[in-house]
Design a protein around this ligand. Structure first.
Ligand code: NAD
Length: 358
């Protein structure tokens, strides 16, 4: 197969971690006879330096015309004091919205080799957990009508949480079809005891569930879900939820794995196009030192193969190479705990080892 990938290296550690993901994808091309064409797209600080805007129309178009977008991370102190409309993050939101990326998939997977990094007791985390959070990304409170005004001389503000049934239906379908490829269980999270939008959410999710009789569905209130994640994360397979609840719960779930450098993510639209990036930022404090952990970006590339290119075997080959390398004891600085059998490697050495194990 031949695929066109828009490549955003970004700022800080972005170019370093992207270089390692490309190394691994080169190996996939070679082993499985695919061709990946990379189109460089400048975004964030690197685009501001070159063009005075965080994303040019021309670069947005390149991303739009690609089969998938693979990115490092954007932003850093150099651009922190710019006006809000030309800050690096503005480009990220514009790209997600412009490409209609309504579904955000964030795995929270704890490797048994890294269980010491998990903040939960071993009796709670068990041998590891594997949760996929499916979060609605373009509706709800973050996109509703809002205002700040004075009422009878008192400063007052409001935000509105709006969802229509079509928005709920399309994200629910993503969750059910994702669960079908995993352990076939969806936990739909809402606040239906209080919110009208949640009652509509629950009704539509149950309608969609009728088309997936092989997938178990249960509902959970968001406050209970926040507790259950720390009480028994193993009970979850796919968590389906709206934008703000998903924002909070996905950070909570990712923290449970204890290692930000390991967490990948995918944002998908109604075609098979997606934006694939790690869950962490550009880590300016360690940029240029060749010590960043490239695994989150490498696993994001695996998600790209699976979700946008339908290359499941190839995606699995990457995940299994990561497993093998972790089992061998190789650790970048962020996950190195100096236990017997562990040895520290640089960002580029980690990329080499994973590529070698494909
Ligand atoms: P961060 O995720 O960049 O860093 C937080 C901490 O985690 C730092 O100590 C960093 O060294 C460490 N870390 C992050 N990724 C790592 C990796 N792969 N390997 C080893 N250690 C790693 O968050 P921050 O410091 O709050 O933000 C830095 C910049 O990144 C800011 O400009 C922020 O706006 C931007 N940011 C971008 C994105 C994105 O592009 N999607 C997301 C979040 C933050």
């Amino acid at each position: 197969m031949e695929k066109n990938i828009a490549l955003i290296k970004g700022d800080g550690i972005g170019p370093e971690i992207i270089a390692e993901a490309i190394k691994v994808l080169d190996k996939i091309e070679e082993k499985y006879s695919h061709t990946f064409n990379y189109n460089r797209v400048l975004m964030g600080g690197e685009a501001i330096d070159a063009h005075s805007v965080p994303l040019t129309d021309e670069d947005f178009l390149k991303a739009k015309q690609s089969d998938a977008v693979l990115m490092g991370a954007v932003g850093g102190p150099k651009w922190d004091n710019l006006p809000a409309e030309i800050r690096p993050e503005k480009a990220l939101l514009a790209l997600r919205k412009g490409l209609g990326m309504f579904a955000n998939l964030r795995p929270a997977y704890m490797y048994s080799e890294l269980k010491d990094a998990c903040p939960l007791k071993a009796s709670v985390s068990g041998d590891g957990f594997d949760v996929m959070i499916v979060r609605e990304l373009t509706g709800g409170l973050y996109f509703g009508k809002r205002d700040t005004f004075k009422q009878d001389g008192v400063l007052t503000a409001y935000d509105t949480l709006v969802y229509n049934e079509n928005e709920i239906r399309r994200i629910a379908k993503v969750a059910f079809s994702t669960a079908r490829k995993r352990r076939k269980k969806v936990t739909s999270v809402d606040k239906a005891n209080v919110l009208d939008s949640s009652r509509l959410w629950r009704k539509v999710v149950h309608e969609v569930a009728l088309d997936y009789p092989d997938v178990e569905l249960n509902d959970m209130l968001v406050d209970n879900c926040a507790m259950q994640l720390v009480k028994n994360p193993n009970q979850f397979d796919v968590i389906l939820t709206e934008n703000m609840f998903g924002d909070i719960l996905s950070d909570e779930a990712s923290m449970l794995t204890g290692s930000i450098g390991m967490l990948s993510s995918a944002s998908l639209n109604e075609t098979s196009q997606g934006i694939y990036e790690s869950s962490h930022g550009s880590a300016p404090d360690i940029a240029g030192k060749n010590i960043a952990n490239p695994i989150a970006t490498i696993l994001s590339a695996a998600m790209m193969l699976e979700f946008s290119f339908d290359m499941k075997t190839e995606a699995e080959a990457i995940r299994s190479a990561v497993d093998t390398v972790l089992k061998s004891g190789a650790r970048t600085k962020d996950i190195f705990s100096a236990k017997a059998g562990e040895f520290e490697v640089s960002c580029s050495e980690m990329g080499d080892l994973i590529a070698k194990n494909i």
